[in-house]
Write a protein that binds this ligand. Structure first.
Ligand code: EPZ
Length: 424
């Protein structure tokens, strides 16, 4: 397994371009199953998760090609509606082929996704929605077996608690259903909005994109499209924290305030300057003394859970006492003990709240990545720490960051990947 070696201390300065959002590309790939025409996705990053979703689509019979950040998908010869355990267990978002397969073909057999480091992550809300749309849903030997006699039927779907994946699965199931579907308490994350926009380009009838109430009028079929993926607000937030934690200045091309307002408010309060410029954001932290603050993760437009670990790393060096309350996942503090090994002063209060007392410096150490965003937080801490940090199990990082260490090196970081032996 590969490792990443960092010698901290260099202020990061320069220009980085933010790529298309992983969490938009994955559902957009799934929605290509809804038509037999080609769907072209542009500005697609090169990530492990996207290769996994490609494996799923190819397994189903789709033609997929990826060249120069352009993904071409043609689902004209789907010969199977089953997503096996081997693929779904690698990446939870594979479960999002349920909606399009059920919506277009009337049946689907999808392995239940396992939990992961950050939580059990059930799919009960997804299954409720499929049943609301008229499907018969059974759980058999670890698989969801769903089928409908004829097209799904539009209906009201009320998410008592929000679910981003559940909202996307429901939208993709409803666009070819007979009649009108209303989704109440839908997730309004930009990635959900981007999926709705792409489906509208393909001929779907969707109102309310970007709000918590979506109205979908089913159509008979959808056609292909050529869609540019929205920028990755989580990648942008990660580079913004990199500027803050190293006292540098980074211009992030293709990053936009409206996608990450709560993150920018928090970073600005902590002492960073964030300026909109041309087609991006400049983040300045040269000479700034970081101020402690409190964050609580919420559904969009609140503070995103996917940025919690990165900002916690920044809080470790802020003057004063900060707190982080994680309201979305039940176990998303795996980075805490690793940051403590680097000299951070963090204490947990129950499983949902961490108290961070700022320290003057962090020290390099051997640390273990546990999940995608925790591994990003450890890299960020290593960029600021005195001495050498080795981040182990960086395959987590490769799931969601395209060439992170190369981009950080261009910005002035002393960082390199140490190739591990495959069997390690
Ligand atoms: C998406 O996961 C993202 N993944 C996650 O990003 C993100 O953290 C999460 O949304 C929340 O914003 C992708 O987009 C690929 P949820 P998803 O359904 O859809 C519970 C990253 O780092 N829940 O909104 O799986 C669930 O356990 C990843 O890029 C149920 O109980 O998240 C969680 O506690 C990590 N039953 C909460 O709701 C359900 O049926 C939010 O889950 C569905 C969800």
């Amino acid at each position: 397994m590969d490792k990443i070696r960092i010698v901290g201390g260099a202020p990061l300065k320069g220009h980085v371009r933010i790529k298309g959002a992983k969490n938009a590309v994955l559902p957009l790939m799934a929605c290509a199953l809804l038509t037999d025409e080609e769907v072209v996705l542009r500005d697609v990053p090169n990530l492990t998760d996207i290769r996994t979703m490609t494996d799923v689509l190819v397994h189903l019979g789709a033609d997929v090609s990826f060249e120069g950040n352009v993904l071409r998908i043609k689902a004209a010869n789907i010969h199977c509606c089953e997503a096996p355990y081997e693929l779904v267990s690698r990446m939870r978002a594979s479960f999002w082929v349920l909606g399009p397969l059920l919506g277009r073909f009337g049946h689907a057999k999808i392995s239940l996704p396992g939990g992961c480091a950050i939580g059990t992550r059930p799919v009960d809300r997804h299954l409720y929605a499929m049943e609301q749309l008229g499907a018969d849903v059974q759980i058999q030997n670890g698989y969801v077996v769903a089928k409908s006699d004829g097209p799904l039927k539009g209906n009201k779907v009320i998410f008592q608690l929000q679910t981003m994946g559940g909202t996307m699965n429901t939208i993709m199931a409803a666009v070819l259903a007979k009649g009108r579907t209303e989704i109440i308490n839908a997730s309004a994350e930009p990635e959900v909005t981007d999926l709705a926009r792409c489906l509208i380009e393909m001929g779907a009838k969707i109102q309310g994109a970007g709000t918590r109430r979506l109205v979908i009028d089913g159509v008979d079929s959808l056609h292909g499209t050529n869609h540019t993926v929205i920028p990755d607000r989580i990648e942008a937030a990660t580079y913004a924290v990199a500027a803050g934690i190293t006292g540098g200045e980074i211009y992030m091309e293709n990053a936009f305030l409206h996608l990450m307002e709560d993150v920018v408010f928090t970073l600005t309060y902590m002492g960073l300057d964030v300026i909109e410029k041309n087609n991006g954001l400049i983040v300045k932290a040269t000479g700034c003394e970081l101020r402690a603050t409190d964050i609580a993760t919420e559904e969009y437009p609140g503070f995103p859970t996917d940025v919690q670990a990165q900002v916690m790393a920044l809080m470790c060096l802020a003057k004063g006492t900060s707190s982080v309350t994680e309201n979305i996942f039940e176990n998303r503090f795996m980075h805490v003990q690793e940051l403590v090994r680097m000299g951070a002063d963090i204490r947990l209060q129950g499983s949902r709240t961490a108290i961070i007392h700022g320290v003057p410096k962090l020290s390099g150490a051997q640390v273990m990545a546990s999940d995608l965003r925790a591994s990003a937080a450890l890299v960020l801490a290593g960029l600021a720490a005195e001495g050498e940090t080795i981040v182990n199990r960086v395959y987590h990082l490769d799931r969601g960051y395209d060439q992170l260490e190369q981009k950080m090196r261009v910005l002035g970081a002393d960082i390199e990947r140490i190739k591990g032996l495959p069997e390690e």
